[in-house]
Design a protein around this ligand. Structure first.
Ligand code: G1P
Length: 285
C-alpha cells in the first residue's frame, strides 16, 4: 500500500520556531518528526510515500533531496556520518507535491489522486507521531484487510483535550474495531459522541468520489472530516483503536513528552537520561 503524508498546517501552536522551521522538521532530539513517520510507514511495509507540502515548506523537500551536505561529508572523509545521513534521506521512495493554496485537508488529499490511483492508501498526518510494538500503519492495514472499508485510527482520550480532535460516533463495537455513524469534528465537552479521538491515521478507500462532493466547510476550507462524514452515510466506515503511543508533535508539551519518552529507549544516552530524571525529580517540590 502507498502512503501519503500531508504537511500543510502552519504550526501556529508551535510559534515562534515554526516561523523558520516547519513543524514536521522539528526534532525528536536529533531526528525530524517526519523521518519518524516515514520509518513508521516503511516498518509497516509501505515504501512509496507522497509528501504534500505548502509553498513555504520547500525546506522539507530539500532535507531529503539536497545532497550538498552529504557530498561535503564524503569529500571531507567522514563516510560514517555520510552513511547515517544518507540512510535517513533514502529510507523510502519519496515523491513531493505542492499544495499551492491552503484550501484544507480534503483538498490536500485530492492532490494525491494521481499518486494513489483508485487504490486504498495510508494517510499519516505530519504532526501526529505514533509508536507501537506493531507499527501503527501495519495495525491499520490489517484492520483494512479485515473490513475492506475506510478505517480511521482512534484512541481513547479521557481528558478535556478531546475537544481538539475529530471524535468517532460509534454504532457497534467488535473488539478494537468500531463501525461508526460519523465523526464529529472538535465537539464541545457536553456533546461528545464517544471518547474515541481520531489521531491522524487513516486508511482511505474510495475517498476521492466523496471529496469531489463536499463544499467548503470549517474555516472556508475543504475538510477531510466532511468527506468522511459523507462516506459514513453511504458506506461502512470503521474506527480502529490502535495500540501504542501517540504524540501531538504540533504541540509544545506533546513534543517534549516525545523527546523524553523516546530518548529513554535510546542506546546512546537512555540510561544517562533516566539517572538524570530520577535525580532531578528528587529535587522537585
Ligand atoms: C485534524 C483533523 C482531526 C484530527 C486531528 C488529529 O485536525 O481534522 O479530525 O483529530 O487532525 O491530529 P487539526 O489537527 O488539523 O486541527
Amino acid at each position: 500500500m502507498k502512503a501519503v503524508i500531508p504537511c500543510g498546517g502552519r504550526g501556529t501552536r508551535f510559534l515562534p520556531v515554526t516561523k523558520a522551521i516547519p513543524k514536521e522538521l522539528l526534532p525528536v532530539v536529533d531526528v525530524p518528526v517526519i523521518c519518524r513517520i516515514i520509518d513508521e510507514c516503511v516498518d509497516s511495509g509501505m515504501n512509496e510515500i507522497l509528501i504534500i507540502i505548502s509553498p513555504s515548506k520547500q525546506i522539507i523537500k530539500d532535507f531529503f533531496c539536497d545532497k550538498t551536505f552529504l557530498d561535503e561529508l564524503i569529500d571531507s572523509g567522514k563516510p560514517e556520518l555520510a552513511r547515517s545521513l544518507s540512510d535517513v534521506m533514502t529510507k523510502a521512495d519519496l515523491m513531493f507535491i505542492v499544495q499551492d493554496k491552503p484550501l484544507g485537508s480534503a483538498h490536500a488529499v485530492s492532490l494525491a489522486h494521481s499518486f494513489t490511483g483508485n487504490e486504498p492508501f495510508y494517510l499519516a498526518l505530519g504532526d501526529d507521531l505514533t509508536v507501537g510494538d506493531t507499527p501503527v500503519g501495519k495495525q491499520m492495514t490489517d484492520a483494512y484487510s479485515a473490513t475492506g472499508s475506510t478505517v480511521i485510527g482512534v484512541q481513547r482520550c479521557d481528558t478535556d483535550d478531546i475537544v481538539k480532535y475529530g471524535v468517532a460516533d460509534v454504532k457497534t463495537t467488535n473488539g478494537r474495531l468500531n463501525l461508526i455513524r460519523g465523526i464529529v469534528e472538535k465537539p464541545p465537552l457536553d456533546a461528545l459522541p464517544s471518547r474515541l479521538a481520531c489521531y491522524g491515521r487513516y486508511i482511505l478507500d474510495d475517498i476521492y468520489s466523496f471529496i469531489d462532493r463536499i463544499g467548503k466547510g470549517k474555516g472556508g476550507e475543504y475538510q477531510l472530516t466532511d468527506a468522511l462524514e459523507l462516506q459514513c452515510l453511504e458506506k461502512n466506515v470503521y474506527a480502529y483503536e490502535f495500540e501504542g503511543k501517540r504524540y501531538d508533535m504540533g504541540d509544545k508539551f506533546g513534543s517534549l513528552k516525545a523527546a523524553i519518552e523516546l530518548s529513554l529507549c535510546r542506546k546512546d544516552f537512555g540510561d544517562e537520561l533516566k539517572k538524570y530524571i530520577i535525580e532531578l525529580a528528587s529535587t522537585l517540590k
